[in-house]
Design a protein around this ligand. Structure first.
Ligand code: PAF
Length: 287
């Protein structure tokens, strides 16, 4: 496995891979790798001969400096993780390499950004968008892999890829969960045992709402109110948002006639976790 810190060295390496007609898969990460990332790497290895994992705690997407400071970092264990999972190259740039001067360029998709996490984390998705666009330019992968847990991020990256005409296939990978259903996240490591227990209930409450929708309940406000009450009954939980939205536009859902996303962001102590479940009620194309 090769490790690169400089953009020019990574580009030279990838040029040789492309000359040999090897397909390149990119897995962008913030590090603190876990089984969720392993699923992304596995999907990338299935479809590409060369798999690049970027490990970069991107300062521009952290709206809270304390969150940036405490975000888990363990590069040596991340490297070993990548080696074990058959990654071809790790890109681990410094902040100065990625942002030699403060970026004056902005990339944003206001229609998709102003709801859910975007409403509560000003600048977060602009930070993700600029970083992911830079990575797309640097690596020029055939495919890039993102988790479905970050549903809003995924929708925004799909839109940017389409709007900026990046010749890249965006591949989404289902959320990987702990045995009790808690969605895997690097932030889970920051939970104390009581918060960890309460956090595990979040996926059960979301699944319960999904079941209600699937069983024919179409009172969206009723389902949402019930979901909020259930989450609030967990002692360590403080709701940031709970929403049922159109899975593509991320606008609040008004009818049960399309793909819907039941999404929540909840604080357990100081740790903010997100999760979502989807239901597709779109009519099948019969043509
Ligand atoms: O989802 C993440 O880990 C990050 O937001 C990403 C896509 C690597 C950009 O920094």
């Amino acid at each position: 496995m090769r490790t690169f810190e400089k953009i020019c060295d990574l580009r030279a390496f990838l040029k040789s891979q492309k000359r040999s007609d090897l397909r390149i898969g990119l897995v962008p990460t913030l590090g603190a790798l876990h089984w969720g990332h392993a699923a992304l790497i596995k999907a990338a290895r299935r479809q590409n001969e060369t798999v690049v994992v970027s490990i970069f705690v991107n300062p521009t997407q952290f709206d809270d400096p304390e969150d940036f400071k405490t975000y888990p970092r363990d590069f040596q264990s991340d490297l070993a993780f990548c080696e074990r999972h058959g990654v071809t190259a790790v890109f681990h740039p410094s902040e100065a390499e990625m942002y030699p001067t403060p970026s004056k360029t902005r990339i944003s998709v206001p229609e998709l950004t102003r709801h859910l996490c975007g409403a509560k984390r000003p600048g977060h998705f602009e930070g993700v968008a600029i970083l992911v666009s830079k990575l797309f330019h640097i690596v020029q992968p055939d495919c890039a892999y993102f988790g479905e847990k970050d549903a809003q991020q995924l929708a925004i990256i799909r839109r940017i890829t389409r709007d900026l005409r990046f010749p890249i296939t965006i591949v989404s990978v289902p959320t990987v969960r702990e045995t009790d259903g808690l969605a895997m996240s690097s932030r889970n490591a920051l939970l104390n045992p009581e918060q960890r227990r309460a956090a595990a209930a979040l996926n059960r409450h979301l699944q319960n709402a999904q079941q209600l929708l699937k069983s024919g309940e179409n009172g969206l406000e009723k389902i949402k109110t019930q979901l909020i009450q259930r989450i609030q009954s967990e002692s360590a939980a403080e709701i940031d948002y709970v929403e049922i939205v159109d899975a593509e536009t991320l606008q609040p859902a008004t009818a049960v006639d399309r793909a819907l996303l039941i999404a929540a962001a909840v604080y357990f102590g100081g740790v903010r976790l997100i999760d979502n479940f989807s239901c597709n009620f779109a009519k099948k194309d019969e043509s």
